[in-house]
Write a protein that binds this ligand. Structure first.
Ligand SMILES: Cc1ncc(COP(=O)(O)O)c(C=O)c1O
Length: 359
């Protein structure tokens, strides 16, 4: 079976760090727990970086930091993984799902403008599948309206807009280190920010509410990453740009093969540069996407849908009754193809050719 993803890290890459951690007996709050946030800040160009246990806890922490709760509204991109708005619901606030572009798969500025109300307390812009296209326009609107902008960059580590890396653009940016991501520690996450007020609050909130003197000045949380995970991430940061280049080259090769067959790539606009975290294409209108996935599975190729229209999932559909048409179309007409180092890409392309003929 050709799998969808394989991690870019092997045991050999971190065996020295593992030896060091096991012999020191320091499994949390050690050298790598300090090094990793510093390196994430350096890489992204953000003034501050903090670690969390996942992108979900990172997003949740940001909303808590903004004191979002009952009756508040948070506008969220509709084409994403449900975690992007589950965190809003968890705090008793309402998710206002905004439709996305059929080209970039990201929140449309026109949609954002129609959904802002006096109750809007934050916007969560999702870099769909790693693509930050359109973020600047959304950031301009949020700045003008004085609405905090959280970027759900769970998939976008290593992406950038011109010279600015994802992580240094929005008010708060959240990353994931889940195994489908380019930087993976099994589970893990991070928040970056240039905002000094947010940073000083995060420092305390992520330390059980304790300030630098150890005084518990408020309530807080433990979302720490273990030392081993931090060491894994530090090692991968050294070659993350090469990984992004490789994935972009593989996406290019897929595009050359698939565009003539009627598939459409996820577009980058302006100076956006996506890490191609997920290799996703819109399929030709006449094809049945689920039948295509099944035909490829029969040929030993693992694929899956692009991602979800959150407003069309059972919970959000029943609660808000406001399905977003573009996101729904993308949920039904996109496919994620395998992408990893050493992939026999020509085998996948031939299997797609055969699968299409068989349908
Ligand atoms: C856009 C988006 N946001 C949030 C998440 C949640 O990430 P995590 O598994 O690190 O909590 C995911 C997971 O795939 C995601 O794709």
């Amino acid at each position: 079976m050709i799998r969808l993803v394989k991690p870019y890290i092997a045991y050999e890459d971190v065996k020295e760090e593992l030896k060091e951690i096991f012999s020191s007996g320091v499994f949390t709050k050690g050298k790598y727990s300090q090094l990793l946030p510093a390196r994430l800040a350096e890489y992204t160009g953000a003034a501050h970086a903090f670690l969390t246990t996942s992108a979900t806890t990172a997003l949740s922490m940001c909303l808590k930091l903004l004191e979002i709760g009952t009756g508040d509204e948070v506008i969220v991109s509709d084409f994403s993984f449900p975690a992007s708005c589950n965190v809003v619901e968890d705090l008793g606030a309402n998710s206002v799902l905004a439709d996305v572009s059929l080209e970039t798969f990201n929140m449309l500025p026109s949609e954002l403008l129609t959904k802002i109300t006096p109750n809007t307390k934050a916007v969560i812009f999702v870099d769909a599948l790693g693509n930050p296209s359109g973020l600047e326009k959304i950031a301009d609107i949020c700045r003008e309206r004085k609405i905090p902008l959280i970027e759900d960059a769970a998939c976008a580590f290593g992406s950038n807009i011109g010279k600015r890396k994802v992580g240094s653009i929005a008010d708060l940016t959240c990353f994931s280190m889940h195994p489908r991501k380019l930087l993976t520690t099994g589970e893990g996450g991070a928040i970056t920010t240039n905002n000094e007020v947010y940073a000083s609050k995060l420092k305390v909130k992520l330390n059980h509410g304790a300030d630098e003197t150890g005084d518990f000045i408020t309530f807080g949380y433990n979302y720490r990453m273990p030392e081993i995970a931090c060491a894994m991430a530090c090692r991968q940061l050294e070659s993350i740009d090469e990984v992004v280049i490789e994935r972009r080259e593989q996406y290019e090769t897929y595009t050359k093969h698939l565009e003539p067959l009627g598939f459409t790539p996820q577009r980058e606009t302006g100076e956006a540069y996506t890490n191609r975290q997920s290799v996703v294409f819109s399929i030709p209108a006449e094809l049945d996407r689920d039948a295509l996935i099944e035909a490829l599975r029969n040929r030993q190729i693992e694929t899956t849908l692009g991602t979800y229209s959150l407003s069309a999932t059972s919970y959000y559909r029943q609660k808000y009754r406001a399905i977003q048409p573009n996101a729904l179309w993308l949920q039904q007409h996109t496919i994620t193809l395998p992408c990893y180092r050493g992939l026999a890409l020509d085998e996948v392309c031939s299997a797609v050719d055969e699968a299409i003929i068989s349908l």
